[in-house]
Write a protein that binds this ligand. Structure first.
Ligand SMILES: NC(=O)c1ccc[n+]([C@@H]2O[C@H](COP(=O)([O-])OP(=O)(O)OC[C@H]3O[C@@H](n4cnc5c(N)ncnc54)[C@H](O)[C@@H]3O)[C@@H](O)[C@H]2O)c1
Ligand SMILES: N[C@@H](CCC(=O)O)C(=O)O
Length: 427
């Protein structure tokens, strides 16, 4: 039987616990989710028919604070995936020292097949179905794959209607007009950028000589490609679910973004002469992108992209995981033997949830920050946690991924110890 995504996620914990002085009780607590909810969401479609969608929310662990994590709208969403994503959120929030536990949610749907009105009804229906499971002190949703500010706006409005009061801190990644934080939309990409910039001199690399390929050109993939290319890195390849483009001399990312925004189609980017004329390029498949001979490979789409089947073909020197779970444990082992260093999701993509935390703080204090303040605080956190995890990896001679889990586990263990046995129902 093939390993489930959650089995794969759990392997990360097993690899880390041998390097941490942590009690058996604490390990047991972290092996399974606190609560898993599956809901049916009836939605009236524009043609008058009723369609029922399956929704999920997993609160993995709330030892360090209210659970936190995004909501994904994608046809392949299922309980195993949501549980794994919630597990990663738990370790991510601890790795960057946010006072949150981990959660994740999702709906099995292809949002591109819905009209805007249907999408709004589904988003509101999802919140209606999980309303008793969430709240600013309980569980705080946010954007993830194929959800965005607009959807978060509908969701927080629905939750506030149910509670009969404004509840801005119950959901992050909202429109600015509804209490969203400046800088949240680009935060995941910017956080990853700060991590890469921190590591670059340690890896003895220079921006202008560094080639980069980015898989996924959505909220986070486009942002990191843009930041890197504007800072002098040579972004030679980008892709979305339908395929990608490659140019040895580097792509003009701002033009590609503006072209994609105006045509609403990434595919048009590599089919239209106007962009072909900006820089000569060739089209490539996603598989080809992953196997390009580049310095840095950035998977920024979905999980399970680098597996035992293609790990031997990866030619990048470094992999920075912006997607959650893009490299499987079996692939990790193959990459490690080939001296390819993987910088893990729970560190590299933590910028998004970090600025979600800033948004929650701003909502609760009623005092709003400038984008400069947001970005400066994000930078301080990403630089400090990246350095610490890199040091742990070097001191203990372990992978950077295991070091990130060790770092998170030490913080989780502290709170488990501090709470004592009263945290357990059975003694
Ligand atoms: N949005 C956030 O705040 C945030 C924060 C941290 C991590 N992440 C993670 O980053 C990843 C991307 O999230 P996003 O918010 O950018 O989603 P998005 O929906 O905005 O973009 C996803 C992109 O991936 C592409 N894609 C989908 N399947 C693909 C495939 N098989 N091959 C290549 N490209 C494919 C899509 O076409 C799209 O360009 C996810 O793993 C998500 O969990 C997101
Ligand atoms: N979905 C994002 C952001 C979560 C949040 O902001 O709560 C993640 O995977 O980190």
């Amino acid at each position: 039987m093939s390993e489930s995504l959650f089995d794969q996620a759990s392997e990360r914990l097993a690899a880390a616990i041998v390097h941490v002085d942590i009690s058996e009780d604490a390990i047991e607590r972290l092996k399974s989710p606190k609560a898993c909810l599956q809901v049916s969401i009836p939605v009236r479609m524009d043609d008058g028919t009723l369609k029922v969608f399956q929704g999920y929310r997993v609160r993995y662990n709330d030892l360090r604070g209210p659970t936190k994590g995004g909501v994904r709208f994608h046809p392949s969403v299922n309980m195993d995936e949501v549980k794994s994503l919630a597990f990663w959120m738990t370790f991510k929030c601890a790795a960057v020292n946010l006072p949150f536990g981990g959660a994740k949610g999702g709906v099995a749907v292809d949002p591109k097949q819905l009209s805007k009105a249907e999408l709004e009804r589904l988003s509101r229906g999802y919140i209606n179905a999980i309303a008793d499971f969430m709240g600013a002190d309980v569980d705080i949703p946010a954007p993830d794959v194929q959800t965005n500010q607009t959807i978060m706006g509908w969701m927080v409005d629905e939750y506030s209607n149910i509670q009969r009061k404004l509840c801005p801190a119950a959901i992050t990644g909202k429109p600015i007009a509804m209490g969203g934080s400046l800088g949240r939309e680009t935060a995941t990409g910017l956080g990853a950028f700060f991590a890469i910039e921190t590591l670059l001199p340690l890896l003895k690399m220079q921006r202008e000589q560094t080639t980069v390929a980015v898989q996924g050109f959505g909220n986070v993939g486009a942002a990191i490609a843009d930041l890197l290319s504007k800072s002098g890195y040579k972004v030679v390849a980008v892709s979305d679910s339908k395929g990608g483009i490659y140019a040895k001399q580097g792509l003009d990312i701002p033009s590609i973004i503006s072209y994609k925004n105006s045509t609403k189609s990434f595919q048009a980017v590599y089919c239209q002469d106007s962009v072909c004329s900006i820089v000569e390029h060739q089209t490539i498949t996603n598989d080809e992108l992953l196997e390009l001979d580049v310095d840095i490979l950035i998977p920024a789409a979905l999980e399970n992209q680098i597996t035992k089947d293609n790990a031997a073909n990866i030619r990048a020197k470094y992999i920075f995981e912006i997607a959650n779970g893009p490299v499987t444990p079996a692939a990790d082992a193959i990459l490690a033997k080939r001296n390819i260093i993987v910088f893990p999701d729970i560190l590299i993509n933590a910028g998004g949830v970090t600025v979600s935390y800033f948004e929650w703080v701003q909502n609760r204090s009623g005092l709003y920050w400038t984008v400069e303040e947001v970005n400066e605080r994000l930078k301080q956190s990403m630089v400090a946690e990246t350095m610490r995890i890199w040091q742990i990896a070097n001191q203990k001679q372990i992978s950077v991924r295991t070091a990130a889990y060790v770092h998170a586990l030490m913080r989780l263990n502290e709170v488990i110890e501090a709470k004592g046995t009263r945290a357990y129902y059975a003694r």
